[in-house]
Design a protein around this ligand. Structure first.
Ligand code: PEP
Ligand code: MN
Length: 269
């Protein structure tokens, strides 16, 4: 492969993505957490509970990529405004998904990190638009994307010089049926070898099973991930989407406490 801007050959030292006083890709493990969709109850109260659990950022979707066109599609700009209010009240930076290149300008006004979902990893017009985005981008691995495809997708965002990009492993499609996807932990050391970009792991979408979120989250940190993306809310029974994988905020707190122990063993914070 040619010398990509996202490659280690191009840049030796780790890229650290900064959001306010949070550094992603540095020594400290970063936790982004929240409900799948922003409309799951009062988002300000939800955000306060997420903050009390020890998470660093609030993550929730206002534009939702749903398999069925008849499923709830998210509340759009109304949801973005609610997220901005939650950020103002709690001080937690916000991360939310963009699905369409025409919505980048709108979403970047409201969010601190722009998420590209797995289904859009190869939406090249969206990626090209994001190359000029004013906010950092979190790029999720596609459902069946190879490492090369993930890095080339990131290169679309990096090609004009943008460096504040975070990669996210969220599980891939396999023949397994006991989990929603299969968490590919070995992509972490592979990516660490090949790219200077930070990598976080989403054990919620990777497993689809709330009881597996803690063990696989810890395994991801042990494997060298820079952070976790977790679906959590005070009362997961109220989740509009992805209920089976959403942990409650007490479980999130426990996960973050356990993460601290593993981080310490790994020489991180
Ligand atoms: C999400 O993060 O809510 C989501 C839809 O995830 P993915 O794109 O990984 O399926
Ligand atoms: Mn979800």
């Amino acid at each position: 492969m040619e010398k990509l801007k996202v490659s280690r050959d191009f840049k030796k030292e780790n890229t650290i993505v900064k959001v306010n006083d949070i550094s992603i890709g540095g020594k400290k493990i970063v936790t982004m957490a929240g409900p799948c969709t922003v409309d799951a109850g009062n988002i300000v109260e939800v955000a306060e509970a997420i903050k009390d659990s020890g998470a660093d950022m609030l993550r929730a979707g206002a534009f939702k990529p749903r398999s069925s066109p008849y499923s709830f599609q998210g509340s759009g700009e109304k949801g973005l405004k609610a997220l901005a209010e939650a950020r103002e009240k709690t001080g937690l930076p916000v991360i939310t998904e963009v699905m369409d290149s025409r919505a980048v300008k709108l979403i970047e006004q409201y969010t601190d990190i722009i998420q590209v979902g797995a289904r859009n990893m190869q939406n090249f017009s969206l990626l090209k638009e994001l190359a000029n985005a004013k906010k950092p981008v979190l790029l999720k691995r596609g459902l069946s994307a190879t490492v090369d495809e993930l890095l080339l997708a990131a290169e679309y965002i990096a090609m004009n010089g943008k460096q504040d990009i975070i990669l996210c492993e969220r599980g891939i499609r396999t023949f397994n049926t006991y989990t929603r996807n299969t968490l590919d932990l070995s992509i972490i050391p592979e990516l660490k070898k090949r790219t200077h970009l930070p990598i976080i792991v989403d054990p919620s979408h990777a497993t689809g099973v709330k009881d597996f979120v803690l063990p696989m989250g810890l395994a991801a940190i042990a494997a060298g991930a820079d952070g976790l993306l977790i679906e959590a809310m005070p009362d997961p029974e109220k989740a509009i989407s992805d209920k089976a994988q959403t942990i409650n905020t007490a479980e999130l707190k426990k996960l973050i406490e356990e993460t601290r122990k593993v981080a310490k063993v790994m020489g991180r914070e």
